[in-house]
Design a protein around this ligand. Structure first.
Ligand code: PMP
Length: 338
C-alpha cells in the first residue's frame, strides 16, 4: 500500500531514555521565565479559539516587520523554518536545488520529497563556502541554500563569498537560524538583492522551539508567491501570541544570548585542540565521544560522512556544561590523550 519512494525515507530517530542532559537539538537551554509566560497567557485569554487564525498570519508578520523596520509584505512566517524550506524548494523557476554539505539536512530532505535533483557543492576544508564554485554550478538552479552560521559546523560564511553567489541572480536562501549568536546578519541586503531570502527562526535565541515559528525576510514578490501556495492556517493563534510577547522582551533574549556565548567560549577553551570555532549556540568537536557521553546521561549529536568521528554539542546551562566538560575530560583520560 505504501509507495516504495516513501519507504526510502528513514523514520525519524527518536532518542528516548532517562538521560539527564540534552545537548542534541541546538535548543535554547533557558525556558521563558514565568512572568513572560504569564503575559502570553493574558494574551491568550482574549483570543477566539473557535476561529481560524489569520490566513496570512498578518498580526505576527506586522510585529516582526516592526522589529526590523520593514513592511509586512517583506515577511512570511511558517510553522518553524522547516515549513518555509518545504515551499522554498519549489517556488522558483529552474532545475536543481543547490546545497553546500555538510549542512542542514532539511534542504536535501524537501528536495528529495519533491523529486527535485540536488547539486552538492561541498564546503572547503575550513567549512567556508566557495562562492565561485557555487556560482559555476548554479546556472540553472531553482534555489541555492547557504546556512550562516552553518549547522553542524558552526561557522559564519564570508560575506564576499555570499555576494558572489547573490550576483548570479539565482534565488539564494541564506539560512540565518543562528544569527543572533553570531551578532551578524545580512538581512539588510534584501533591499539590494531581490533574489535574497533570509530565513530566521524563533526556535533558538528566542527560546520558542516548542511553539514552532520560523520566518523569512525577502522581496515582496517572493512573499506574495509564497502566500499563494502556503498551507493556509499553519501558524496558530497561540503561536502568534507567544511570538508577539517575546518580541517585546528582546533585552531578555539578548542577555541570554550573551550568556550562551560566554558558556560556548568556556567549553571551547577547555577543548581547544578538538573544537572548531563557533558563531552559533553549539560546538563541533573532533571527539568520537557519543557513546561515552550517552553512558554518562548526556545526549549530543553524533555526526557521520565527512564528519565521522565528530560530535555536535549544544551549549547548555552552566551546570550542564560543567558536567559535559568533566565527562569529556574523563573521555580523553580513558583514551590516553588527557
Ligand atoms: N535552519 C537551520 C540551519 C537549523 O539548524 C534549523 C533547526 N535545527 C532550522 C533551520 C529550522 O528550525 P525551526 O524549524 O525550528 O524554525
Amino acid at each position: 500500500m505504501i509507495r516504495e519512494f516513501v519507504k526510502s525515507f528513514q523514520p525519524y530517530k527518536v532518542v528516548e531514555g532517562n538521560y539527564r542532559i540534552w545537548l542534541d537539538k541546538n535548543e535554547n537551554p533557558y525556558d521563558l521565565p514565568g512572568w513572560v509566560k504569564e503575559e502570553i497567557f493574558e494574551e491568550l485569554k482574549d483570543l477566539s479559539f473557535n476561529r481560524y487564525p489569520h490566513i496570512t498570519s498578518m498580526p505576527v508578520r506586522e510585529a516582526i516587520a516592526d522589529f526590523y523596520g520593514l513592511s509586512p509584505e517583506n515577511v512570511a512566517v511558517g510553522n518553524g523554518g522547516d515549513e518555509l524550506i518545504s515551499y522554498l524548494v519549489w517556488l522558483f523557476e529552474g532545475e536543481q536545488v543547490v546545497t553546500t554539505p555538510p549542512s542542514f539536512g532539511m534542504y536535501n530532505f524537501y528536495a528529495k520529497l519533491n523529486g527535485i535533483p540536488v547539486v552538492e557543492v561541498p564546503l572547503l576544508e575550513d567549512f567556508t563556502i566557495d562562492g565561485h564554485a557555487i556560482a559555476e554550478r548554479s546556472k540553472n538552479a531553482r534555489v541555492i541554500f547557504i546556512a550562516s552560521p552553518n549547522n553542524p559546523t558552526g561557522n559564519l560564511q564570508p560575506e564576499e563569498e555570499i555576494i558572489k553567489v547573490l550576483e548570479t541572480g539565482r534565488p539564494v536562501v541564506l539560512d540565518e537560524a543562528y544569527a543572533e549568536f553570531a551578532g551578524k546578519s545580512l538581512w539588510r541586503l534584501i533591499e539590494e538583492y531581490p533574489n535574497l531570502i533570509v530565513l530566521r527562526t524563533f526556535s533558538k535565541a528566542f527560546s520558542l522551539a516548542g511553539v514552532r515559528t520560523g520566518y523569512l525576510l525577502a522581496n515582496e514578490e517572493v512573499v506574495d508567491a509564497l502566500y499563494r501556495v502556503k498551507s493556509p492556517f499553519s501558524v496558530g493563534v497561540m503561536t502568534m501570541a507567544a511570538v508577539k510577547v517575546v518580541l517585546r522582551h528582546h533585552e531578555l533574549v539578548e542577555r541570554r544570548v550573551a550568556k550562551i556565548i560566554e558558556e560556548r567560549e568556556r567549553i571551547r577553551k577547555a577543548f581547544r585542540e578538538f573544537t572548531y570555532p563557533s558563531d552559533a549556540n553549539f560546538l563541533l568537536m573532533r571527539l568520537n565521544a557519543y557513546e561515552f557521553l550517552l553512558e554518562k546521561g548526556i545526549v549530543v549529536r553524533k555526526l557521520s560522512g565527512r564528519l565521522d568521528g565528530h560530535i555536535r554539542v549544544t551549549v547548555g546551562r552552566k551546570w550542564e556544561n560543567r558536567e559535559l566538560i568533566e565527562a569529556l575530560r574523563e573521555f580523553l583520560e580513558v583514551r590516553g590523550c588527557g
